[in-house]
Design a protein around this ligand. Structure first.
Ligand SMILES: Cc1cc2nc3c(=O)[nH]c(=O)nc-3n(C[C@H](O)[C@H](O)[C@H](O)COP(=O)(O)O)c2cc1C
Length: 195
């Protein structure tokens, strides 16, 4: 598969639960030949270590084409001039969602998201929290109205996943599919089987 490597994708991992979605998404993007620039927040690193173990965090970092320090506001994703295919924040913590929704560009993830919105480039936020308070809901609406796609971490069960990895992969496949990244194994729903 030969995708255009010249327009890389920014993958931001923040401190929400569900880091497996990020790893699965990265594997899918790499498999499709899409170059990925990774930014992991400090809290994202903590949660990744907890949910995937040190090896999982290592594979996340090793799979990326480039890794940026979340505190480096001079890194390429901080500028609106660079050409990017899309930015995905998965998982997106309520803290990062709030910062993006209010234009508070205090770290590279928040600043990059701000640039994607001002340049009208695709920005997909995958929030993970439950239950949601009014602030969360309003922030999602603000981000949506500013141009982001709110893609909640709500995996479907109707494809009958056989494991957590399968479930995460199918959900990550949906994100990739939404961005036009080829996911050959992602089945299109053809209705319920006949009884
Ligand atoms: C194990 C663990 C799981 C967490 N899960 C969530 C979550 O699902 N959603 C969320 O919004 N915050 C969650 N948090 C809290 C965030 O990590 C915290 O608010 C952090 O400041 C977010 O920072 P960041 O957006 O810069 O990554 C979790 C924290 C820990 C330690």
């Amino acid at each position: 598969m030969t995708e255009d490597k010249r327009e890389p994708l920014v993958l931001a991992v923040t401190g929400g639960s569900g880091i497996l979605y990020a790893l699965s998404f990265l594997e899918i993007a790499q498999g499709a030949g899409v170059s990925v620039h990774l930014i992991v927040s400090a809290a994202g690193e903590t949660v990744a270590r907890h949910e995937l173990g040190p090896e999982g965090l290592k594979s996340l970092i090793e799979l990326a084409d480039e890794v940026h320090d979340p505190e480096n506001l001079a890194a390429p994703p901080a500028s609106g001039s660079a050409r990017w295919r899309a930015m995905v924040v998965v998982p997106c913590s309520m803290g990062t969602l709030g910062a993006i929704a209010h234009g508070i560009s205090r770290n590279l993830i928040q600043r990059a998201a701000d640039c994607f919105l001002k340049e009208r480039r695709p920005l997909v936020l995958v929030p993970r929290e439950t239950p949601l308070n009014r602030i969360h809901l309003e922030n999602m609406l603000r981000a949506h109205d500013a141009g982001a796609v709110i893609f909640p971490a709500m995996p479907g069960f109707y494809q009958l996943p056989s494991s957590i990895e399968d479930l995460a992969r199918a959900f990550a496949g949906r994100i990739a599919n939404h961005l036009g990244i080829p996911v050959p194994w992602l089945e299109q729903w053809k209705g319920l089987p006949e009884e």
